[in-house]
Design a protein around this ligand. Structure first.
Ligand code: V47
Length: 353
C-alpha cells in the first residue's frame, strides 16, 4: 500500500512514512487533510472569545526565540498587580467573554502564592469565567523554585480555580534542537509528564509546537508522534496548535524564513498524523489571519479567538497586539466558505454565527 492509500484507509503511518508525507505536493496533502477535517467537523470552524493576560515578563530562563521576556533586547520589566488583573477580568466578564488565558514568564520574585492567590480571587469573583493558565514550563519552574512536586503544583492549581492548561512551552521536543533554542527550560519528557498528570486528574489541556526556526521536518514529525503517543494513553489534549516562529527582537539567528507553502504542508500533515486529536488550531497570531483562513482547507478546524491583547508573539513581530474585531472575524470565516461556531474553552458550542 502507498502512503496515500494508508492515509485514505485510516492506517497509521510510522515515522519514516510520516516524514515522507512532506514529499507529496501541497494539494494532495490538502485534499487528504481536508477529507479528515470534513469527516470530523464538516465545514464548521470553531473560535472562542477570550482575553490573554501575561502578568509578568521577568524570566529566569533564556529562550533564544523569546522576544517577550525582559532582557537586553527588551529592557522593560513589568509585573502586574492582582488588582490590575482582577480589573481586566471584571471588564471582560461584563462584556460576556468566557475565557481568560493567563501565561507568564518565569519570575523568581513573585512567589507561588502570588499565582495561586490571583487564580482564587478571579474564581471567587467570577465562578463562570474559565481560567486557562500555567504552561507546563511554568509548572516546572514553580515546582523547582518552591521545592514542590508536579503533583502538588497541579493539585494546588485545581484547588485554586484553574480549569485547563494552555499548550505553551512544548516548543520542539527533539532534545538537540530544544537544547539549542531553550536550554535549561522544562525538558520534553517533563513537559509530557506534567500534561499526563494533569490529564490523569480528569483535566484538559492543549499542546503547541514552535516551528519554522532551526528545526527540520523530521523534528516536527517526531514532535507530533510524541503527542500522538501520550494522547493514546490519556485522551486529554483538546487541541494541537502549531506556532509559526516570529523572528523579531530575539536571539535566535534564523536566516531563512518558513514559506506559507511549508506552513500549510505542516498543518495538513499534523491533521493526518494526529488522528486521535480532534482539533487543529490555525493560530492566526503567528500565521496571519489570511493564512489561517486558507489553513481551513488544509485540516484546521479552529481559529483560536479574538484574543483582544497579546504580548508574547507580538513582541517578536506578530501583528496581534490588539486582537481582531468579532464581527469582522465572523465575516471572514463565512466569506471563506466555512461556518463560524463560537465555542467555550472545552469545545461546547455557544453560538452558530
Ligand atoms: O510557548 C515564544 C511561543 C508560546 C515566540 O493553549 C513564540 O490555547 C513564535 O502557547 N515566535 C506561548 N512563537 C503561546 C501559546 C499559546 C498561544 C495561543 C493559544 C494557546 C493555547 C497557547 O509562544 C510559547 C512559545 O512557544 N513563542 N516566542 C516567537 N518568537
Amino acid at each position: 500500500m502507498t502512503v496515500i492509500e494508508k492515509v485514505q484507509h485510516n492506517i497509521r503511518l510510522d515515522f519514516d512514512e510520516a516524514v515522507s508525507l512532506y514529499d507529496l505536493d501541497l494539494f494532495t496533502l490538502g485534499e487528504l487533510a481536508d477529507k479528515k477535517r470534513q469527516a470530523l467537523h464538516g465545514k464548521k470552524t470553531f473560535f472562542n472569545i477570550n482575553r490573554h493576560i501575561n502578568p509578568t515578563n521577568v524570566c529566569k530562563d533564556v529562550c533564544k526565540f523569546c522576544a517577550y521576556s525582559a532582557s537586553r533586547k527588551n529592557p522593560n520589566p513589568y509585573t502586574m498587580s492582582h488588582e490590575e488583573i482582577l480589573t481586566i477580568c471584571d471588564d471582560i466578564v461584563s462584556r460576556g467573554i468566557s475565557e481568560v488565558h493567563i501565561v507568564s514568564a518565569h519570575n523568581p520574585d513573585t512567589g507561588l502564592q502570588w499565582y495561586l492567590d490571583v487564580f482564587r480571587k478571579i474564581k471567587e469573583r467570577h465562578p463562570q469565567l474559565h481560567i486557562k493558565a500555567l504552561t507546563a514550563a511554568e509548572v516546572h519552574f514553580l515546582a523547582e523554585e518552591y521545592n514542590k512536586s508536579y503533583d502538588e503544583i497541579l493539585d494546588l492549581m485545581i484547588s485554586n480555580g484553574v480549569d485547563s492548561m494552555p499548550g505553551g512551552g512544548a516548543e520542539i521536543f527533539d532534545e538537540t534542537v530544544r537544547d539549542y533554542i531553550c536550554k535549561g527550560k522544562v525538558t520534553s519528557q517533563q513537559w509530557l509528564d506534567i500534561h499526563q498528570k494533569w490529564h490523569e486528574r480528569g483535566m484538559k489541556s492543549n499542546v503547541t509546537m514552535l516551528f519554522g526556526h532551526v528545526e527540520e521536518r523530521s523534528h516536527r514529525i517526531d514532535h507530533m508522534m510524541r503527542i500522538r503517543d501520550l494522547q493514546d494513553t490519556t485522551g486529554g489534549f483538546n487541541c494541537f496548535i502549531p506556532l509559526v516562529y516570529q523572528s523579531e527582537n530575539n536571539f535566535l539567528n534564523v536566516k531563512e524564513y518558513i514559506t506559507a507553502h511549508e506552513i500549510l504542508k505542516t498543518m495538513a500533515i499534523s491533521r493526518i498524523i494526529l488522528d486521535n486529536l480532534l482539533n487543529l488550531k490555525a493560530y492566526w497570531v503567528t500565521s496571519t489571519v489570511s493564512l489561517a483562513l486558507v489553513a481551513q482547507e488544509f485540516g484546521a478546524n479552529d481559529l483560536d479567538g479574538t484574543i483582544e491583547k497579546e504580548s508574547i508573539n507580538s513582541a517578536a513581530g506578530a501583528k496581534s497586539a490588539h486582537g481582531v474585531q468579532l464581527d469582522e472575524y465572523v465575516k471572514l470565516i463565512k466569506n471563506s466558505g466555512f461556518e463560524p461556531i463560537e465555542r467555550d474553552s472545552l469545545y461546547n458550542v455557544i453560538k452558530e454565527w
